[in-house]
Design a protein around this ligand. Structure first.
Ligand code: SF4
Length: 223
């Protein structure tokens, strides 16, 4: 292990917060207009798109939802669908049987309990089928402007590489980030970290030599 990695491992919480604040400043210059990559025009579309995005790329979800959102506009439209019909519509996103069931059951509750609207509340959102904390935070942060830490596959990987969380469970990573990141930066930081993971800190081969935060990263490989 490099000297730097050992130093980062024994890092105090204050030093971690300072390092993170520097990372956020750099991200504000690198990814000033970072945002959710799913296409949507209302919270229902964002909710459905996020359920479909599990184990699937945003690009593929956007291809599927282009037609899906043209066909179905309201929670009742989805709630009234036959399972097989929705399965056919969303098949290319993978895990389509579970996703179709989740969307229909979730929309039945939205139609019956919330008159088809989407509740802007973590507690209420996570009661819906197919909606975990990540999906709820995507909707709260990117539509309602309520800060949320969104732990997607990129954020999970980078949390570890950057020595910001040693957890693997997304809900526990979210808790660690809540302690470290100022609340008004939660949504920005998650989206920017995800962008950094897509473009620079790639899963197979991180591009450390061009990484703007390499001096703040315990996993930097610059040799
Ligand atoms: S230095 Fe390398 S490992 Fe660290 S964040 Fe940048 S690309 Fe990822």
């Amino acid at each position: 292990m490099h000297k730097e990695q050992i130093a980062f491992q024994n890092e105090s919480s204050d030093s971690k917060k300072k390092r993170l604040s520097n990372i956020i400043s750099i991200f504000q210059k690198e990814y000033p207009s970072t945002k959710c990559h799913l296409n949507f025009t209302n919270p229902l579309e964002l909710l459905v798109g996020t359920i479909l995005s599990a184990q699937c790329t945003d690009e593929r979800v956007n291809q599927v939802t282009k037609e899906l959102f043209r066909k179905y506009k309201t929670a009742t439209d989805y709630a009234d669908l036959k399972l097989q019909e929705l399965e056919k519509d969303i098949r290319p996103t993978g895990f389509f049987r579970n996703k179709a069931r989740a969307i229909i059951n979730c929309c039945k509750v939205l139609a019956d309990k919330y008159e088809g609207s989407i509740p802007a509340s973590m507690e209420k959102l996570i009661e819906l089928e197919g909606v975990g904390r990540k999906t709820a935070n995507v909707v709260l942060g990117n539509y309602f402007g309520i800060p949320g830490i969104i732990v997607d596959t990129h954020v999970r990987r980078l949390a570890k590489r950057l020595g910001l969380s040693d957890k693997t469970d997304p809900d526990r990573i979210e808790k660690d980030f809540i302690e470290l990141v100022p609340e008004n930066k939660w949504t920005f930081f998650s989206n920017a970290l995800s962008d950094h993971g897509r473009m620079v800190c790639k899963a197979r081969k991180p591009l450390c030599k061009i990484c703007k935060i390499s001096h703040l990263c315990p996993s930097a490989e610059l040799d």
